[in-house]
Design a protein. Structure first.
Length: 89
């Protein structure tokens, strides 16, 4: 329909960030070996590009949003971390 969007995405595993699914799997496995949290998040912020807006303007808006969001996200993850969540049966 002629609409454009700017999309960022990444995997967040504890305090590690990656855009590659294989690296993310490695981080999950590493945390499991350490008997640490094995959760991961898929983060995908999206912003529309307005009619007369440049990609640089949309990137600046998205970059600021992600910076603001990351402090809240990392605080949330820290506060909700469960110690010893990966247990061997």
């Amino acid at each position: 329909m002629g609409q454009k969007q700017l999309v960022y995405y990444w995997f967040q595993t504890k305090s590690r960030t990656s855009f590659d699914v294989n690296i993310n799997r490695f981080h999950l496995a590493w945390h499991a070996i350490q008997r640490d949290n094995t959760y991961d998040l898929f983060i995908r912020p999206i912003t529309p590009l307005e009619c007369n807006e440049t990609i640089e303007q949309a990137e600046a808006r998205m970059d600021q949003f992600v910076r603001d969001m990351m402090s809240a996200l990392l605080k949330f993850l820290e506060e909700n971390q469960v110690e010893g969540s990966a247990q061997i049966s």
